[in-house]
Design a protein around this ligand. Structure first.
Ligand code: 5AD
Ligand code: SF4
Length: 476
């Protein structure tokens, strides 16, 4: 069993770990009690991931005492950062591995069975994660890591320290991977990267100036090589190439950085039918002072101007964001600006976080500027209300529209209700009097809206998945 604490990049790594474990003869289970191997894949971006992990490791101690053969592994960026703390707090853990040695996870578990607990953290990636087998949770949608690491230095963020410099995967390799995914029945692909829209900057920098090496086209794609070899951004080309792959109906990406959001990307979103009309653009704060202290590289006006430009060009765009409340030094008036910008941006959805100091980051040193947690939680409540208002309005604006929905499955509460996602990534529930397979596409009329989801009526099923849905295997 693999449990994930953290971001989407991490969930993607978890799919790879599950794939490797399956190749090792293990079967997936959802229960700790049934598992022979438990992998906790961690994220250190936010503090509550630490608390949850240590809480879980505490619970697993008893299980390990009852069943000494049970193997427990902790991986991911928190494991990388806190390796000693984990060994210290939880000596019952068999293996600790980092973000760059996901590929070694099963090997380390095998070694630990013979020689006892192992901690192995490789600083540099030996195998690019996507060269590993993947067990995907859904048989119709896939994530694809296109770039690892981050060259920015946001003052609150631990990613650059744990994930290293930006490295982009070769262009043609990505297109080939999407072709393979499509051939296996995947119709929706989400391109992943910490700073996804700067994809390819490292590749084209190497190729610019001087003669092109023979593998230039593999690295940067045909369009870039045929062009003027200048600063042309690769990300928008990649979005287009991926969308052209036969069988791919939806393309998404996350997370872009506002300062790197180029007009070419907006135009690709506007022109290419497969790219979903949904932009997740992390704002972090609406105060210019705080944005500058965070080293975000844009002002609130600049952010709003990008949103405005995107809305002008992309018909019917949905917008979501990340916001941090209580960054060190955030004053009442700074926070008021965040509320104003959030109201003006009319976010359809937002992931809101109370700032938590991450050791080794610049902001963590600003101890005398820390915002009291009671102040931060009151601000958070106020921000949530603003977001909920725009989210509800956004959902209400869909009433009467016919939406293309990808069916995800039955509702947990009522098996006669199906759930799915619209192109805007809105969750929608609708009754169906016959089974419709997950991964099917349907047109659904929106009849009602709530803060976080829509209700609708099925009009028709427009496409069924190419392959049968995987039946979950539970270990006996
Ligand atoms: N405290 C709170 N939120 C954080 N994030 C990243 N680091 C921190 C931190 N130290 C949030 C940011 C980022 C999202 C993935 O997590 O909003 O966009
Ligand atoms: Fe962290 Fe900033 Fe890089 Fe995003 S862009 S991963 S917030 S440093």
């Amino acid at each position: 069993m693999v449990r994930t604490y953290g971001c989407q990049m991490n969930e993607h790594d978890s799919e790879r770990i599950a794939g490797l474990l399956e190749m090792d003869g293990l079967e997936q289970t959802d229960s700790f009690d049934d598992a022979d191997v438990i992998v906790l894949n961690t994220c250190c971006i936010r503090e509550n991931a630490d608390n949850k992990l240590y809480g879980q490791l505490g619970n697993l101690k008893k299980l390990k005492e009852e069943r000494p053969d049970l193997q427990i592994a902790v991986g991911g960026c928190l494991a990388q950062k806190d390796r000693e703390i984990i060994q210290d707090k939880a000596p019952h853990v068999d293996v600790v591995f980092g973000t760059h040695n996901v590929a070694r996870a099963t090997g380390l578990l095998a070694e630990a069975r013979i020689s006892g607990p192992i901690t192995e953290i490789i600083e540099e990636s030996e195998v690019f994660p996507s060269a590993l087998p993947v067990k995907r949770d859904a048989s119709y949608a896939a994530w694809m890591t296109i770039q690892i690491g981050c060259d920015n230095s946001c003052a609150f963020c631990i990613v650059p320290a744990v994930r290293g410099r930006e490295i982009s995967r070769p262009y043609n390799e990505l297109v080939r991977e999407v072709e393979e995914l499509a051939a296996s029945g995947i119709t929706e692909v989400t391109l992943l990267g910490q700073n996804v829209n700067s994809y390819g900057r490292d590749l084209t920098l190497k190729l610019r100036g001087g003669e092109l090496p023979p593998d230039a086209e593999d690295l940067a794609g045909k369009v870039w090589v045929a062009g003027s070899h200048t600063a042309r951004p690769l990300f928008s080309d990649l979005l287009r190439s991926v969308s052209e792959v036969e069988g791919i109906r939806r393309v998404r990406y996350t997370s872009p950085h506002p300062k790197d959001l180029r007009p070419e990307t907006i135009t690709a979103m506007a022109e290419v039918a497969e790219i979903c009309e949904h932009l997740h653009l992390p704002l972090q704060s609406g105060s210019d002072e705080v944005l500058s202290a965070m080293h975000r590289g844009y002002t609130a006006d600049r952010y709003l101007a990008k949103v405005h430009a995107a809305r002008l060009e992309i018909v019917d765009l949905a917008l979501s964001t990340d916001i941090i409340v209580g960054f060190p030094g955030e004053s009442d008036s700074d926070f008021e600006k965040t509320l104003e910008v959030a109201a003006e941006a009319r976010f359809d959805n937002a992931y809101t976080f109370v700032y938590s100091p991450r050791p080794g980051t610049q902001a963590a040193e600003l101890v005398d500027k820390y915002v009291a947690s009671s102040v931060a939680s009151t601000r958070m409540e106020r921000l949530r209300k603003v977001i909920e208002r725009s989210s509800r309005l956004g959902n209400e604006s869909r009433i009467g529209h016919s939406e293309e929905v990808i069916v995800e499955g039955r509702s947990k509460r009522d098996p006669n209700i199906l759930t799915g996602r619209t192109r805007h990534n809105r969750l929608i529930h609708f009754p169906a009097n016959r089974p419709i397979r997950a991964g099917s596409y349907a047109q659904v009329n929106v009849t009602a809206a709530r803060t976080f989801n829509l209700m609708g009526e099925l009009v028709e099923v427009t496409a069924s998945p190419k392959h049968r849905t995987r039946i979950p295997v539970v270990a006996s």
